[in-house]
Ligand binder design. Structure first.
Ligand code: SAM
Length: 285
């Protein structure tokens, strides 16, 4: 019986006297169709090296080990390590690391384990740190083909969102600068033990080899994006002027906005990634 079978998951939990830790965002997958969907979306082959974040009792890990070349699974909860070792003992292509993913140098891990070749990330992410994990993967330039992740549905919607919508924000722009988000499935709470309070979604971020826009300073562009969405009801001029991170006067901001041909009263939420890149370049000249 596979670990994803609810009876098997319950048996593992009870026989090992495991208690769920809410603070680690532990919601274990118990739906085989969802597991299949994750595997299909990740399009794994034996050439793939996979990093799994938060393996739990090894439900995804088991499926990954059967399809990928090598899997490294990083789990923070030390109580799960002996359970993982027992459940995955048949698989020689799995390494288990007991650590906090946010404390690991993922670039270095990819270098050591996969010779710097691009990796795939597959994970049912702990929801309390979804955004920091995604941002770390994208911004630290971990060589990556794709990340197939289960996240809160609302977070998946933010990653997919375009200008002028309520979900559009700094996360949408950061994700879309580095990757193409592909929505794979909506997953209801009853697919997990224990049930989370919200619906979830599987999304694949297919990483761009080169970003879809050219910008002179990525740092400045993202500082502008953060300023725009920190105070999203303000006009862009006021948001830039009011930002602690940027040191432009209102006049300088207004002048750059006008040089880009944008409405002087425009709000950041109306700007596309291309337009933020253009504004960033205009602010520098
Ligand atoms: N992959 C399993 C599954 O699908 O059934 C478990 C998914 S559960 C949503 C999230 C897992 O991430 C838990 O096992 C939790 O202990 C682990 N986790 C939480 N915070 C973590 C961190 N900072 N680093 C590594 N793992 C973490």
């Amino acid at each position: 019986m596979k670990l994803v079978d609810p009876k098997k998951t319950i048996e593992v939990i009870q026989s090992r006297d495991f208690s769920f830790r809410k603070r680690f965002g532990q919601n274990f997958l118990i739906d085989a169709r969802v597991l299949e969907k994750i595997m299909d979306s990740a399009r794994l082959t034996r050439d793939d090296y996979v990093l799994e974040i938060g393996p739990g009792i090894g439900t995804l890990t088991e499926a990954l080990a059967e399809r990928a070349g090598r899997v490294t699974a990083v789990e923070i909860d030390e109580a799960l390590i002996p359970i993982l070792q027992e459940n995955l003992k048949e698989y020689e292509n799995v390494d288990i690391i007991n650590n906090d993913i946010l404390k690991l140098d993922i670039r270095q891990l990819a270098e050591e384990k996969n010779g710097g070749r691009p990796i795939k990330v597959v994970a049912n992410l702990p929801y309390y740190i979804t955004t920091p994990i995604i941002m770390e993967l994208l911004e630290s330039r971990v060589p990556m083909i794709s990340a197939t992740v289960m996240v809160q549905k609302e977070v998946a919607e933010r990653m997919m969102a375009g200008p002028g919508t309520k979900d559009y924000g700094a996360l949408s722009l950061a994700v879309q600068y580095y990757a193409r988000p592909v929505y794979a499935a909506t997953v209801p709470p009853n697919c997990f033990i224990p049930r989370p309070n919200v619906a979830s979604a599987v999304i694949t971020l297919e990483c761009h080899e080169t970003p879809p826009v050219k910008v002179r300073s990525e740092r400045l562009m993202f500082d502008l994006i953060h300023a725009a969405f920190e105070q999203r009801r303000k006009t862009l001029v006021n948001a830039i002027n009011g930002s602690g991170k940027l040191s432009y006067t209102k006049e300088q901001a207004a002048e750059a906005i006008s040089r880009c041909g944008f409405d002087p009263m425009i709000r950041g939420e109306a700007l596309s990634l291309q337009q933020f890149a253009a504004l960033s370049d205009a602010m520098q000249s």
